[in-house]
Structures are given as structure tokens and as C-alpha cells.
Design a protein around this ligand. Structure first.
Ligand code: GDP
Length: 697
């Protein structure tokens, strides 16, 4: 086993794909070929390898772990799990934060699917370098060239094949490696597992095609590399190492996407893919140092990726493990995380004791003493650490940018089925909320119901299912409810005085302030422009607490308020009668009055919806989306199917799965995810507010 891998030899990667492109199979095969039974680099005997695989399949390869460590050519590859379903785009974004490079999988028949585009854009947003793998080359209809063209055209990427297939469909036999200019055959005659490979000269009948493809690759990479360009113009063939270096650099800079192909299911092309991960995706050293803020002074801090630097690590996933309890997955950006150390959770201002540390493998886990810079692993014992928290040291506190999680858009009331279930319910919900920051639990003060909220109907269905299966808790769920928000319509300056004189000590608080609407998604800002300590810091905090009380249940219809700013401009205190309590009341009543003067409106979650169905259904689908207050944003046609993209309020989308099924005789599919909050039309919002008031009576 390779231990203490130096940082240049670490690759933190994810595999992203459209559902069904073969992500599970490819990940499994990667873990198989990097399995610990293999001596690295050895071309193994088919049978032994295959036995191992069957055993593993029976036991079930663990690819559910948030990060799995594997070794290839003495490099350490940490595979970070990226969930596929779009209800969970927040999860995808979270994993993109901690990985350094990604493999984008495409189906050789289906090509670039709408979902793949969403994920691709997310990877671009985080500047994550990408290599593309065109899978399922053995399927009828497989067309490598077409998929490469689609990646170039539809995703606008500088995608360039660095291998080409030998044959396709049932005749798919192997690949021609354009860097080494040799043919690699995967033997599927003996056992169908392709565990052995044969490397041969390029066959006669493919020599010309291969030469053309090689030339194109060299030309495209030369465009990205001045040294190579000079040689290219002079007609000098570049060295192999030069080509690899140039591809590596351009890929890491996001200017080049190497494309490979294979058939994961038949074990073809996977080892070449592993080579490409090592050769072309960055090590943590290749990336800019991480930037954070000092958690005490707010000053910007830069941490170099080095074991010598103070600790900076991000907890990117919390998972409960049947055997070990709570596991926190961390990525170490600088310094060393050692077992039994005392560390500082700078997000929560809490000291934490690190218990044991683990590297998670496909078939087991290994306790380690330390996680060095650039590494990823799991920690046991971080009681108060949640997803998105920064871990650092007390002496050198740093706060990394937290992972942004969208607010839940849908809620449902759940009731325990029996008394026994009631006792277990809150513990189970607490555990689930700890794992998943887009899932929120609260009890409704008025109705005493427990309401769970999340990112979509499916998200909540999965939670209810997990309650049953993992925690043995039966619940009944009510009708899903849209999580509306409230905000103010105009800027208002307001003055409020809270004065009470009821014998003994009175109450006195006075403030002049401004409230103003801010842009969607900006949340709540609180500032003061008070001069000369006219109101103490303590009392300002009390005002803020009062305002937050109102914001939790807005004055319009009792929904949470968002997207506004409060600035305290002036005020006065009374020597005897002022108190925190008085200022809190002043904040609360004053803010409420100002909101009513500014006017309020209701906001609702708008979903981005993508429907794919045969062309003949386009009319009915468009009609149904428009009748739901939806807007069609684009319409693309591809291989007889139309992809409709639109924006529709979540409130109108309940039960859409069955509606679409009946509209298209079961042949249409759709995906949906939260985009932003938007104003509810006035007439409708009046109706909603009235209904809510009746409900509360
Ligand atoms: P995921 O949804 O992306 O995780 O996809 P899976 O790995 O579960 O694969 C989806 C289906 O495609 C399964 O039935 C696989 O057996 C099949 N599949 C995966 N890779 C290949 C391949 O290379 N060739 C063929 N013909 N089928 C494949």
C-alpha cells in the first residue's frame, strides 16, 4: 500500500454524468482496477482479477462513501461522490467546492443530455478542469465523433480526442492512443471482463485515420502552447513528454478538454482513463492557494497548500455510519489534521477534539494518524461540526468561504404514526438535518406540527423513506406546501419611540432608521450609522434581535422575510429607563410599523423545468406549462425529441410527474430545480394570504 503520498501525487476528482450514462459502473470499474489486490502497473491475469470482482460485487463495493481513496501508478486518487439527481444540485455544488478536477461522462449513443449541461456549467463556475469520457461505445448507435462535436458545439468546450475508438457497437475492440500512437486492445474473449490488455502497433487499415487524428490533436494543443506552436509551424514532431505537459497545462487552465472513450461495462478504456486522471488533472499544488478570512478580524488570509502552514480544512459532508456513528468528511487545504488533536471550528467558535481519522477505500477503511495538505478523509468525533464548517487552529483562526446552500422551497408536515415513533422522530430528524444542510426541521409554534422542508418533492420523499428504513420511524406526511417569503416594496425612513411609564422603572428606547429592499437572494443586512455612541453596541444588538423576531414571521402573512436592509441612523437612550428589553421591543414594533408603511409582497420559488419528449407532444406540453403560469425559455430539437426549458412556479408543479405521464403516454421525462424567488401576482397573493389567515383561525 502506498502511504504518505506527497502532495504532487494527489488527485481529488469527481465523476459527473447524466443519469444512466454509466457513472456507477465507471466508478466501480475504477475502484476495481485500482483494487488493493493488484500490484500497481501489473498486467494481470484475467481470472484472478475477475474472482476478486465477483467477491466485491457480492459484498457490494462501497461507492456510497462521500470520498473513496484509490491508488494508481503510485498516485492517490480521491474520488469525491457527486450526486446525479438535479433536485440535489446543491449537493453537486458542494462536492465541486472540494474537488480539483472532474471526469464528465457521456453516453456514446445519447450524447450531451440537458442535465449534463447543468452540471457542466456548475463545474465551469468553480473553474474545475474537466476530462471527458465517452462511455458505452459498445452500444448500438454509438458514435464517438458525434458526441465530441456535441461537446464542442453545445457546451462550447475545446474538446479534443486524445484516443479514438477501434470499431464501434458490437465491434468495439479497443482504442488508439494518440499520445503514444499505439493500439490498445481489451481482451473480452476469455471472460468478458477485459481484465487483460494487449498493446500493439496501429493496424494498417487505421493508420491514416490515426495519423489525421493525431495531427488534429497536436494542432489543437499547439494553439494553446507557444513552444509547440513554433514546432508545429516548422513541421517538427513534438516529444511525447512535451505533448503531455502541454495538454496538462491547458486542461488545468480550463482551455482544453481531453476526450477519451470506452465501455465501462466491458472494462474497456478505464485504465487509460485512470492514466489521464493522473496525467492531466491537477494536484492540489497546481491550483491557486485557498483564500479565507480571519474569523476574528475579518481580514483576508491566504493559505499556501503546505503541511508547514497552519491548519485550514473544510467539512464538506456529514454522514452517519452504521458502525462508527457520525463521520465528517474533510478536505485539508493547508497544514495537517492529526488524530486526537484539539482543533478550532471557526464557523461555530468551538474547540473540537479530533477522534480517529480514516481513509475510506472501496472495500474497507484504514485508520491513519494524520491527513496532510491536499488530502481528503473522514473524521470521527467532531460532535459540533456541520457541513460547510471550517476547521482551523485557535492560534491561527481562518474562515473559508462557506458552501452556499439554497433555502428550502417546499415543506411538509409529518406526524409520527405511534407514540413510540414520536420519541424516535426528533432524534432521527436531527441526525438527517445534520447531514444535509438543505433539509430543515422546525415545529410550527401555532399548530404544534413538525414541518420538514427541502429542495423538492422528491427530496422530502427520500427523507421520509430514510426515516423508515434507517431509523425505523413511521410517519404520515401531509400535503406539500410551498415555502413562500415576504419582502418590502419600497425604501422608508421611520422613527419609533418605545416609552412606558408604569410606576417604578420605566422603559425607554428611541430610534430613527431606514428600511430598503435589496436584490433577490441577498438575505438580510443590518447596519448602523450612529455617531458618538448615541446607542450602545449592546442596545443595537437588541434592536437587531427584535427585527429578526418580526422577520421570522412577516407582517403580511406570517412567512419569513428576506432581501432587505435596515440602517439605524440615529436614536437616544435614557440613563435609567433604557434596557436591552426596551430596545428589543423598539426594534420589533418600529420595524413592523415601517414595513407596513413600505408595503409588502409575497415571493414564491420559481423552478427551472426541463421536459424531454417526442416532437409530437410539444404542443400539449407547452400548453400545460403555460397554463401553470409558466414561461417557455427555449426549445431544442434533437434526434426526434424536443427539449423544452421553462420557468414555472413551484406551487403549480405538484403532481406534474403523473400529469406528464398521461400527456405523453409515459414517454416524457422532466427535471426541475429551484432557480430563484419571484413576486407572486397581486390578486393571487391576496387569495393566499386570506387562505392562510383562515387556516390560522
Ligand atoms: P448511472 O445512472 O450513471 O450511475 O449509470 P449506471 O452505471 O447505473 O449504468 C446505467 C446502465 O447502463 C446500466 O444498465 C449499465 O449496466 C449500463 N452500462 C454502463 N456502462 C455501459 C457500457 O459501457 N456499455 C453498455 N452497453 N452498457 C453500459
Amino acid at each position: 500500500m502506498t502511504k504518505d503520498v506527497s502532495i504532487e501525487r494527489v488527485r481529488n476528482v469527481g465523476v459527473m454524468a447524466h443519469i444512466d450514462a454509466g457513472k456507477t459502473t465507471t466508478t466501480e470499474r475504477i475502484l476495481f482496477f485500482t483494487g488493493r489486490r493488484h500490484k500497481i502497473g501489473e498486467v494481470h491475469n484475467g481470472e484472478a482479477a475477475m474472482d476478486w470482482m465477483i467477491q466485491e460485487q457480492e459484498r457490494g463495493i462501497t461507492i456510497t462513501s462521500a470520498a473513496t481513496t484509490a491508488y494508481w501508478r503510485n498516485y492517490r486518487i480521491n474520488i469525491i461522490d457527486t450526486p446525479g439527481h438535479v433536485d440535489f444540485t446543491a449537493e453537486v455544488e458542494r462536492s465541486l467546492r472540494v474537488l480539483d478536477g472532474t471526469v464528465a461522462l457521456f453516453c456514446a449513443v445519447g450524447g450531451v443530455q440537458p442535465q449534463a449541461e447543468t452540471v457542466w456549467r456548475q463545474a465551469e463556475k468553480y473553474n474545475v478542469p474537466i476530462i471527458a469520457f465517452v462511455n458505452k461505445m459498445d452500444r448500438t448507435g454509438a458514435d464517438f465523433e458525434r458526441v465530441v462535436e456535441e461537446i464542442r458545439e453545445e457546451l462550447g468546450a475545446n474538446a479534443v480526442p486524445i484516443v479514438i475508438p477501434i470499431g464501434a457497437e458490437a465491434e468495439f475492440a479497443g482504442i488508439i492512443d494518440l499520445v503514444d500512437m499505439q493500439a490498445v486492445y481489451y481482451d473480452d474473449s476469455a471472460d468478458g471482463q477485459g481484465a487483460s490488455i494487449r498493446v500493439e502497433p496501429i493496424p494498417e487499415d487505421m493508420k491514416e485515420t490515426a495519423r489525421q487524428a493525431e495531427l488534429r490533436m497536436i494542432e489543437r494543443i499547439s494553439e494553446q502552447d507557444d513552444g509547440l506552436m513554433d514546432k508545429f509551424i516548422e513541421g517538427i514532431a513534438p516529444e511525447r513528454e512535451e505533448v503531455i505537459r502541454a495538454i496538462r497545462k491547458a486542461t488545468i487552465d480550463g482551455r482544453f478538454v481531453p476526450v477519451l472513450c470506452g465501455a465501462a461495462f466491458k472494462n474497456k478504456g478505464i485504465r487509460r482513463l485512470l492514466d489521464a486522471i493522473v496525467d492531466y488533472l491537477p494536484s492540489p499544488l497546481d491550483l491557486p492557494p485557498i483564500i479565507g478570512a480571519c474569523s476574528e478580524t475579518d481580514k483576508e488570509l491566504i493559505r499556501k497548500p503546505s503541511d508547514e502552514a497552519p491548519l485550514a480544512a473544510l467539512a464538506f459532508k456529514v454522514q452517519s455510519d452504521r458502525h462508527m456513528g457520525k463521520l465528517t468528511y474533510v478536505r485539508v487545504y493547508s497544514g495537517v489534521l492529526t488524530s486526537s488533536a484539539q482543533i478550532y471550528n471557526s464557523t461555530r467558535d468551538k474547540m473540537q477534539r479530533v477522534g480517529r481519522l480514516f481513509e475510506m477505500h472501496a472495500n474497507d477503511r484504514e485508520a491513519v494518524d494524520a491527513l496532510h495538505t491536499g488530502h481528503v478523509g473522514a473524521v470521527v468525533g467532531l460532535a459540533d461540526t456541520r457541513t460547510g464548517d471550517t476547521l482551523s487552529s485557535r492560534e491561527h483562526p481562518i474562515l473559508l468561504e462557506s458552501i452556499e446552500f439554497p433555502a428550502p422551497v417546499i415543506g411538509v408536515a409529518v406526524a409520527p404514526a405511534s407514540r413510540e415513533d414520536r420519541d424516535k422522530l426528533s432524534v432521527a430528524l436531527h441526525r438527517l438535518a445534520e447531514e444535509d444542510p438543505t433539509f430543515i426541521v422546525r415545529s410550527d409554534a401555532e399548530t404544534k406540527e413538525v414541518v420538514i422542508s427541502g429542495m423538492g418533492e422528491l427530496h422530502l420523499e427520500i427523507i421520509v423513506d430514510r426515516l423508515r428504513r434507517e431509523f425505523g420511524v413511521e410517519v404520515t406526511a401531509g400535503q406539500p406546501q410551498v415555502a413562500y417569503r415576504e419582502t418590502i416594496l419600497a425604501t422608508v425612513d421611520h422613527e419609533y419611540k418605545h416609552v412606558k411609564q408604569t410606576g417604578g422603572r420605566g422603559q425607554y428606547a428611541h430610534m430613527i432608521f431606514r428600511i430598503e429592499p435589496t436584490k433577490p437572494g441577498s438575505g438580510f443586512q443590518f447596519e448602523d450609522e450612529i455617531s458618538g455612541g448615541k446607542i450602545t453596541r449592546e442596545y443595537l444588538n437588541a434592536i437587531k434581535r427584535g427585527i429578526l423576531e418580526v422577520m421570522a414571521e412577516g407582517p403580511y402573512a406570517g412567512y419569513p422575510m428576506v432581501d432587505l436592509k435596515v440602517t439605524i441612523l440615529d436614536g437616544t437612550m435614557h440613563e435609567v429607563d433604557s434596557s436591552e428589553q426596551a430596545f428589543r421591543a423598539c426594534g420589533k414594533f418600529g420595524f413592523r410599523e415601517a414595513c407596513l408603511r413600505a408595503g409588502l409582497e409575497l415571493l414564491e420559488p420559481m423552478m427551472s423545468v426541463e421536459v424531454t419528449a417526442a416532437d409530437s407532444f410539444t404542443g400539449p406540453i407547452t400548453g400545460s406549462l403555460c397554463s401553470k403560469r409558466g414561461r417557455i425559455v427555449s426549445m431544442d430539437s434533437k434526434a426526434g425529441a424536443t427539449i423544452l426549458r421553462g420557468r414555472v412556479p413551484l406551487a403549480e408543479m405538484f403532481g406534474y410527474a403523473s400529469e406528464l405521464r398521461s400527456l405523453t403516454s409515459g414517454r416524457g421525462t422532466f427535471t426541475m430545480h429551484f432557480e430563484h424567488y419571484e413576486s407572486v401576482p397581486y390578486a393571487l397573493s391576496e387569495e393566499l394570504v386570506k387562505a392562510r389567515k383562515d387556516e390560522k383561525k
